[in-house]
Design a binder for this molecule. Structure first.
Ligand SMILES: [Zn+2]
Length: 135
């Protein structure tokens, strides 16, 4: 926990003298607090659902490392609902979004399709991800 905070502070200080505007190319991602957390049957259920929608079968759910964090952010100080890391396969969710099917499905699509941030306009995200509430 302390290490995450130190990295965050060092980054904030390091960026000030250089006046380098954060860009997508050099974007870094951080989370603070929390730690590994056992996914629930709902996470597994959504994983299976997304695999079916994407036409990807046989991916082992157990290969993903799950982390629940106090907060997740980018180096441009944007707070994130969740984050996918390709190696080792990791999904980081904030405590608030840990049980949110829309966020969970979004991060699982990143993982199953190996899609990065530049791929957010891919149709898989709109076609398969669980949508927000409909009244
Ligand atoms: Zn995303």
């Amino acid at each position: 926990m302390i290490r995450a905070l130190v990295v965050l502070v060092l980054l904030a200080c390091a960026q000030l003298p250089a006046q380098i505007p954060p860009s997508e190319n050099m974007m870094l991602y951080y989370w603070y607090g929390g730690g590994p957390r056992q996914p629930s049957t709902m996470h597994h259920y959504i994983f299976e659902m997304m695999g079916e929608c994407l036409g990807i079968e046989g991916e082992p759910f157990g290969d993903i490392r799950w982390i629940s964090a106090d907060f997740v952010m980018r180096s441009d100080y944007r707070r994130l609902a969740g984050l996918w890391i390709s190696e080792p396969r990791t999904i980081v969710l904030s405590h608030q979004t840990w049980g949110d099917p829309a966020v969970i499905s979004h991060e699982i699509i990143h993982d199953l399709m190996r899609l990065g941030n530049a791929d957010h306009d891919r149709s898989e995200f709109t076609d398969c991800a669980i949508k927000d509430w409909v009244p």
